[in-house]
Design a protein around this ligand. Sequence first.
Ligand code: SF4
Length: 386
Amino acid sequence: MTDEDEIRLSYRDPLVERLRAEGSLASGDVEVLLPGSFGFCWGVDRALAMVDEARREYAGRPLWLISSIIHNPRVNADLRASGIRFLRGEGAEPDGWARLGPDDVVIVPAFSAPVEDLERLERLGVTVVDTTCPWVVKPHKRTVKYVREGFTSVIHGTLGHEETEATCSLIRHHGGHYVVVHTLEETEVLARFLEGVLDEAALRAGLPPSAFSPGFRPDEHLRRIGVINQTTMLARESRAVGDRLRRALERRDGGDGLDESFRDFDTICRATQDNQDAAEAVVAAAPDVYLVVGGFDSSNTKNLARVGDRAGIPSFHIEGPESLHADRVVHRERPGGAIVTTRDWLPAKRPLRVAFSAGASTPDTLLGAVVTRLFELAGAPAPASV
Ligand code: SF4
């Protein structure tokens, strides 16, 4: 990574640098708290540096992204504005795939891509720049190992999320099977089937049809299971998923049988874990409000917001400064996921303490703009950035 990394470096923000160094900043009787770890993770930083490098190395050649590089609308809009075209997702070129040829360069996003896409790119003879985060490769390797050893993967993840879709495609490619569970309620349905309490009809009624791999036969394919998780899930919940399924198989097979029928491998990434731990520490300081900044479709951001719910702090997942108004906030509600408006969100009390966190795909510049906006709305000038 060099100083020529224009896109990546353009996301630095001096106010956030100061907050990162000091942990909190006050102006008048308004104080802003930031956790010890938040925002851009190593994998995102690396992916953006690779995009910058590709722009230099392949200058003059058409540059494409399979889909969003990360789950942040602004970053993707910036990439589009810089001339990078998209094959899928918002702003995608309708005939993108048909236009690809040996002169084109295609970037694989940080959360990887389905095997079918990678094979198609190979057939087309394009140049591929693979920014897949090494933390995402970890569950990939583990599922392939499960397939080879005759285990069905139980994935704690989100259907439709690019990383989980890529993992599922890899399992299919290697001839294996999977079940995706998203919540503890779905895990309970699966566990009760394993324990013989529920039948196949009840199992299928309790999970979406696409949660099962094609041709899935529960009696046959759930004899031996290996658990993994999407890298950005709530770590505490992923552990609960693994523990519940272990108990179910213990009941079914007895403790001695577990070696033969159960595997569990923690694939939460370090950055996700660090951001969640730090968010827990910052909400433990009992702020009046907790704001989490990040794309509404960002899995790790959604989970950072849930940290505030568990602590009983009024918590709002917002996308940027435009979400905040003196009398209302536009945010993603939990667990439903609708984008809603809540009135009278900003307490009038003083002193006022507001804690923040930001997802792994949230640029510092965006967080800095939100912090500045908060000070403005609370009637206190934003502190100097240096
Ligand atoms: S959140 Fe984790 S897995 Fe995702 S890009 Fe960042 S480091 Fe990699």
